[in-house]
Structure formats: structure tokens, C-alpha cells
Design a binder for this molecule. Structure first.
Ligand SMILES: Cc1ncc(COP(=O)(O)O)c(C=O)c1O
Length: 355
């Protein structure tokens, strides 16, 4: 067992677990990488650690400085934890419509919060631009920039991918991931394709995100919306640009209700909303491809981070969702024929971008 020198040393080396219920239903082994085991409770701890450690390496950060980032929550929690473990401060600029669970966690970790109104990206008051501006105006503030700073994908290329590869004994048929910045799908897919070009990489995209349509037609267009937080992008960012993707599937929030309840009852795991989307997409991939696959995806965080939304009956009703899960047999039948909700693609990144 690892003996860390600081809390951030405990990030990574998470367990992998087979999902018994869905593996039995589909005849394919479906595995979950348990990213909620990170000390900040989510997969974003990995990005936070790499962003800060690489910045120290480049002499961009010195103890006593403040890390500033525009974040929907989990990155802010990870950055606060890593910042404190390195003698830094943390300022999270976040839209004020995110789960109070995450705001509370950033504050509990000693991070400072700046809440801003949710506005479109082109508006200069968007949380992303606000964080950048603060760092530009102050020498003692450093902008993590999780969207364009590829230390984010590097965390997964250097650590998550190799951990999974070892845990799966080098046998992965299908890898499934959501994308928020694309760091997770970027770094992992790059690593897996280097090991075995045949690993089939699936992007899980919710309604309200433009990536599915971008991969299909080249345009960032979206329909509807999603309760998932920090998932989906409406522009090409450098971490997503690292990704190598073979399939994409678009799924509605109603299916997150069904699968989160099903796994809670059958397997004893309470998934966060992005994890429920990952699992839904892994199920779709299993049914699309037939029995005998080895499929791996992430439990990015746990349901406690989505308690006020995915697990809140009144909230679900307010969004026009049915809090009662669909019978699993019915969902399986639908997933057997998702039609144009699944596309094949050959996304290998846009060569000229950022160069
Ligand atoms: C719970 C959760 N899952 C997944 C993601 C997306 O990961 P990535 O930014 O690496 O694409 C995020 C991003 O904020 C997240 O908070």
C-alpha cells in the first residue's frame, strides 16, 4: 500500500469492479473504474493533480499563490484539495445553478467560491472568461484552464489508462466515457489505441450537448437539456481534441433515472449522474455489439453529488421526468435498437488545432 507524502499522493490507483447485474443481463462483462475512491470523491482529482504538478514543473506556480478555475464543481473540489496539499489557495468561479452539494464540498476543502450567473460562453461574464480574467489581472493567481490545458488529458494518459489496462489484463473490447472537457476520454483513448488500435472507443453524450452532432455532421448543435453537470461541450477544446473515438451514443436523462435505480437495487452502488450516463452507454454498446465483450467505463463520482437532482423526486418532476424507473426489460428492448442514436465515427482530433 502506498504511503503518501501529501494528500494528493492518494489520488489514483482506484479499484475496478464488475457490474454483476448488467453483465448477467447482456452476456458481456461490464466493468466500472471506481473514481469516487479518489480523496476528493471524483475522477476530476486526477486532472487537478496533474494540472498543478505540471505547473510547478514549468515554474508557473509557487507556494502561496492562488489557483483559479471556472468549474461546475468536481474540478473545484479536486483543485482545492491538491492546492491545499501544496500550500496554495483555491478560488472556484462557478455558475450559480450547480448542485449545492458541490459548492459545499469546495468550501469544506477551504476553497473560496465566486458564484456567477449562468450565461452563454460568448458572454464575457461566463465563468470560464471570469476565471481567466482574474488570473490575467493578478500575478499571484494561476489559471488552471482545464479545457485547453492538456495536463488534464495527460493525467489519464499517464495514469488512468495504464491502471485500467493492467486491471483488464490488456483485454478491452470497448471503452465508454462521457466528456466534459474531454480530458478523460482524450487521455484514456490515446493510451488504449497505442496498446491496441482495435479497442472500440464510445462517447456517451446527453441531450443538450453538441458533441454527438459535431461528430456526426461537424456542427455543434444540441437539442433539449440534461441534468448532468459538467458534461457535454458546445465547442472544440484541446483536451477533447486528443480523443480517438469510434462510436457515439446520445441518451436522454430519463434513462439515467432507470439505470441509477437499477444499479442501486441490484448492485449496491449509488451512481452520480455522469456515471449513470456512462453505464447507460455501456449497456447500449453491449447490446449493439452482442455477447462476450469486455467493456469498461467509469463511476466518475457517487450519487451524493447528485442527491438534489437525480435522486430528488420533485426536481425530476419539475424537469418533466418520471421519477419511476422504466422496467429494465423494456429499456433493454429499446436499447437493442437505438437506431440513429448510435453513430460510427473516426474522430482522431483536428491536426491543426492550437498548433
Ligand atoms: C462527475 C463528472 N464526471 C465526468 C466529468 C467529465 O470528465 P472530463 O472533464 O474529463 O471530460 C466531469 C467533469 O467535470 C465530472 O464532474
Amino acid at each position: 500500500m502506498l504511503v503518501g507524502q501529501r494528500m494528493s499522493d492518494l489520488i489514483g490507483q482506484t479499484d475496478l469492479v464488475k457490474i454483476p447485474s448488467l453483465s448477467k443481463l447482456t452476456g458481456s462483462d461490464i466493468f466500472l473504474k471506481c473514481e469516487f475512491q479518489n480523496p476528493g470523491g471524483s475522477i476530476k482529482d486526477r486532472a487537478a493533480k496533474q494540472l498543478i504538478e505540471d505547473a510547478f514543473e514549468r515554474d508557473e506556480l509557487r507556494p502561496g499563490m492562488t489557483v483559479v478555475e471556472g468549474t461546475a464543481g468536481n474540478t473545484g473540489i479536486g483543485l482545492a484539495l491538491v492546492a491545499k496539499s501544496y500550500g496554495l489557495n483555491m478560488l472556484a468561479v462557478m455558475p450559480n445553478d450547480q448542485s449545492p452539494e458541490k459548492e459545499r464540498m469546495i468550501a469544506l476543502h477551504g476553497g473560496e467560491l465566486m458564484a456567477v450567473d449562468p450565461v452563454p460562453f460568448k458572454n464575457e461574464n461566463h465563468f470560464y472568461h471570469t476565471a481567466r480574467r482574474i488570473a490575467e489581472e493578478r500575478d499571484d493567481y494561476w489559471w488552471a484552464n482545464q479545457f485547453e490545458n492538456t495536463s488534464n488529458a495527460r493525467a489519464h494518459y499517464l495514469h488512468t489508462g495504464p491502471e485500467i489496462w493492467q486491471q483488464m489484463e490488456g483485454r478491452i473490447d470497448t471503452f465508454v466515457s462521457v466528456a466534459g472537457t474531454g480530458g478523460t476520454i482524450g487521455g484514456n483513448s490515446m493510451f488504449f489505441k497505442e496498446q491496441d488500435e482495435n479497442v472500440d472507443v464510445w462517447l456517451a453524450d446527453p441531450d443538450g450537448s453538441g458533441i454527438f452532432e459535431f461528430l456526426k455532421s461537424g456542427d455543434y448543435v444540441s437539442e433539449g437539456g440534461s441534468m448532468t453537470e459538467g458534461i457535454g461541450i458546445m465547442r472544440l477544446v484541446e483536451n477533447f481534441n486528443q480523443a480517438k473515438i469510434d462510436h457515439a451514443v446520445n441518451l436522454p436523462d430519463q434513462d439515467l433515472v432507470t439505470l441509477s435505480r437499477y444499479l442501486r437495487e441490484q448492485d449496491g452502488i449509488v451512481l452520480g449522474s455522469s456515471s449513470a450516463l456512462n453505464v447507460a452507454a455501456a449497456l447500449a454498446a453491449a447490446l449493439h455489439k452482442g455477447k462476450g465483450q469486455r467493456i469498461v467505463t467509469f463511476a466518475c463520482d457517487l450519487g451524493e453529488r447528485s442527491a438534489s437532482k437525480l435522486y430528488n423526486e420533485a426536481y425530476l418532476k419539475g424537469r418533466g421526468l418520471n421519477p419511476q424507473p422504466e422496467p429494465i426489460e423494456q429499456l433493454l428492448e429499446r436499447y437493442g435498437n437505438l437506431g440513429d442514436k448510435i453513430i460510427s465515427t473516426h474522430w482522431r482530433g483536428q491536426a491543426a488545432r492550437g498548433k
